[in-house]
Design a protein around this ligand. Structure first.
Ligand SMILES: Cc1cc2nc3c(=O)[nH]c(=O)nc-3n(C[C@H](O)[C@H](O)[C@H](O)COP(=O)(O)OP(=O)(O)OC[C@H]3O[C@@H](n4cnc5c(N)ncnc54)[C@H](O)[C@@H]3O)c2cc1C
Length: 444
C-alpha cells in the first residue's frame, strides 16, 4: 500500500481511537436520540479533523514532504482526505438533518428535552456559545452544501483544471465557517481530553493554512524571480532554460518546481531537468504541450521573460540501497532522469549498475542525441524504444534487466497507465513494493 494510503487510514484510526477514549457510541440508556447525539459528535469531529489535515497539506508544508516521500504524494493524500471528508460529512449531515426530517414525517418521536442550566448560571463564554448554536448549525449546513459542490468539481476531471483551481481556493473560506461550527457545537468536555487537544492543534493549523491560502501566500518563502534565457522546440516538447538568482537554494536531481509565467494563469509544476550548478545558476525545463496552458506556451514564452519559480519540491531523488537501478521513462517523463544523468556525468558518482529504458516518440531526434550523450558520460546503460515504430516495452524485455529482484529498484516517471503496467511487472518479478518509486504527474 503506498504511504499516502496507509497515512490516510492511520489518521482515521488515530482520530477515532482518541474519540473512543473520550466517549462511546453506546450511551446509556440507549435510544436513537442518545445515539444520534454521540454519533453527531463523532462524525463531526472526524470530518473536521480530515478537512483540517487536507487544509494543512494544501499549503505545501515543507515538514511533511520527507515523511510523505514528496509533495506529489502529499497532494495524493490531500485528494484522499477530500474524498474521506465528503463521505464522513455526508453521514454527519444526514444524522443531523435526516433525523429532523424523520421527525417531521412522523417516523420518529423526539423525546422531551432534558432541563438546561438557567442562563444566569453560565459563564460569559458558556452563554456566548449557547447563544451561537443556532447560527453555527446554519453555517455548518450551508458550508456542507458548498463543500460538496467544490469537492465534486475537484473530482470530476472533465471540468477544466483552471475552473477547478479558481473555485477550489474558496474552500479555505468555507473551512473557516466549519471551524466556527465546530468550536460552538463540540462537546465542551472533550477539550481537556486527548481528542480535544489533537482537535485544537488541527484547527489552529487548518485556520493558519486557510488564511495563508486566502491571502495567496502559499509557498511565498520558496519563490524566486527568474528570467528565461533560452527557448527551443524539441519535437512535441518545449525546452526552456531559466536563470535564477543566488537566493535559489539549489535542488537534487528529480525534484520539481512550480513555474509562473503569467500571474492570471498561476503556477504549473514541472520537473527540473538539469542538475544544480551554482556557477551556471540555471534551471532547465521540458514542457509537453498537453493542455490549455501548455499548448499556448510556444507562442507566449519569449527570451528574457520574467518567471517566478517556487521550490524545489519532491523526493524522487534516486537515493536507495539497491545495487541495480532500473529507470523507466515515458515521453516527457524523461525529465528527472535527464537531471540525474547530468549529475552522474559531472560528478562521476560511484553508482552501481543503472539501466534507463526510454519509451519515446520518433520525432525527438535532437533530444534523443542529448540523452545518449549524457548517458555515455554517466555510464548508464540506455535502451530506447520508439512507441510509434516498435510499440511498448514488453514483460520479457523488462525481465532481462532484472538480475536479482531483491536488490533491484525501479524509478518510473511517465503516463499513469504506463505506471500501472510497471507496477504490475514489478510485482510479477518479485521486486519489493518499497523499491518502486514513481513521480505522480497528476495532482488532481
Ligand atoms: C510533480 C509534477 C511534475 C511535472 N513535471 C512535468 C514536466 O517536467 N514536464 C511537463 O510537460 N509536464 C510536467 N508535469 C505536468 C504538468 O504540470 C501539466 O501537464 C501542466 O500543468 C498542464 O497544464 P495545462 O493547463 O496545459 O493542462 P490542462 O489541460 O489544463 O490540464 C491537464 C492536467 O494537467 C494538470 N494541471 C493543469 N494545471 C495544473 C496546475 N496549475 N498545477 C498542477 N497540475 C496542473 C492536471 O492534472 C490537469 O488535469 C508535472 C506535473 C507534476 C505534478
Amino acid at each position: 500500500m503506498p504511504r499516502y494510503q496507509s497515512s490516510f487510514w492511520l489518521f482515521l484510526i488515530l482520530i477515532s481511537s482518541l474519540w473512543f477514549l473520550a466517549d462511546s457510541l453506546w450511551p446509556k440508556p440507549w435510544g436513537y436520540f442518545a445515539f444520534r447525539n454521540v454519533f453527531n459528535q463523532y462524525s463531526g469531529i472526524l470530518a473536521i479533523c480530515i478537512m483540517s489535515l487536507a487544509m494543512i497539506l494544501a499549503v505545501r508544508p515543507a515538514f511533511l514532504e520527507k515523511p510523505m516521500k514528496g509533495l506529489d504524494k502529499c497532494y495524493r493524500l490531500h485528494k484522499w482526505l477530500g474524498i474521506g471528508a465528503l463521505v464522513v460529512a455526508t453521514v454527519h449531515w444526514w444524522i443531523t438533518k435526516g433525523t429532523k426530517w424523520m421527525v417531521g414525517w412522523g417516523w420518529l418521536e423526539r423525546p422531551e428535552r432534558g432541563g438546561r442550566p438557567p442562563a444566569d448560571s453560565l459563564s460569559t463564554i458558556e452563554a456566548f456559545i449557547r447563544s451561537q448554536r443556532g447560527f453555527a448549525e446554519t453555517v455548518g449546513e450551508w458550508a456542507f452544501y458548498i463543500v460538496v459542490a467544490f469537492i465534486g468539481i475537484a473530482l470530476i476531471k472533465r471540468i477544466p483544471y483552471s475552473f477547478f483551481r479558481s473555485t477550489h481556493r474558496w474552500i479555505a473560506l468555507i473551512y473557516l465557517g466549519l471551524v466556527f461550527h465546530t468550536v460552538i457545537l463540540v462537546k465542551a468536555d472533550y477539550w481537556t481530553q486527548p481528542i480535544g487537544i489533537v482537535l485544537a492543534v488541527l484547527l489552529v493549523g487548518g485556520t493558519f493554512s486557510a488564511v495563508v491560502s486566502l491571502f495567496r501566500k502559499i509557498g511565498s518563502s520558496r519563490k524566486v524571480e527568474g528570467r528565461i534565457s533560452h527557448i527551443a522546440q524539441q519535437g512535441d516538447m518545449l525546452e526552456a532554460t531559466v536563470v535564477v538568482p543566488s537566493k535559489w537554494p539549489g535542488h537534487t536531481p528529480g525534484q520539481f518546481a512550480f513555474v509562473t509565467s503569467n500571474a492570471a494563469e498561476g503556477p504549473h509544476p514541472y520537473t527540473i531537468a538539469s542538475h544544480w550548478n551554482k556557477k551556471r545558476s540555471t534551471l532547465r525545463f521540458f514542457v509537453k504541450q498537453l493542455g490549455d496552458w501548455t499548448g499556448q506556451l510556444p507562442e507566449y514564452l519569449t527570451p528574457n521573460m520574467p518567471v517566478t519559480v517556487e521550490g524545489p519540491y519532491g523526493c524522487f531523488d534516486f537515493k536507495d540501497t539497491s545495487t541495480d537501478q532500473i529507470w523507466i521513462a515515458g515521453g516527457v517523463g524523461i525529465t528527472p532522469f535527464l537531471a540525474q544523468l547530468e549529475a552522474l556525468g559531472e560528478h562521476s558518482i560511484d553508482k552501481s549498475s543503472i539501466t534507463l529504458l526510454y519509451s519515446h516518440k520518433s520525432d525527438n531526434s535532437a533530444l534523443l542525441e542529448q540523452i545518449q550523450h549524457a548517458a555515455a558520460l554517466a555510464k548508464v546503460h540506455l535502451v530506447f524504444k520508439s512507441s510509434d515504430q516498435a510499440g511498448r516495452f514488453t514483460e520479457s524485455e523488462l525481465k532481462t534487466f532484472i538480475k536479482d529482484p531483491k536488490s533491484t529498484s525501479i524509478w518510473f516517471c511517465g503516463p499513469a497507465s504506463f505506471g500501472d503496467w510497471v507496477h504490475q511487472q514489478a510485482r510479477n518479478a518479485g521486486i519489493p513494493n518499497r523499491h518502486l518509486h514513481q513521480e505522480l504527474f497528476e495532482m488532481r
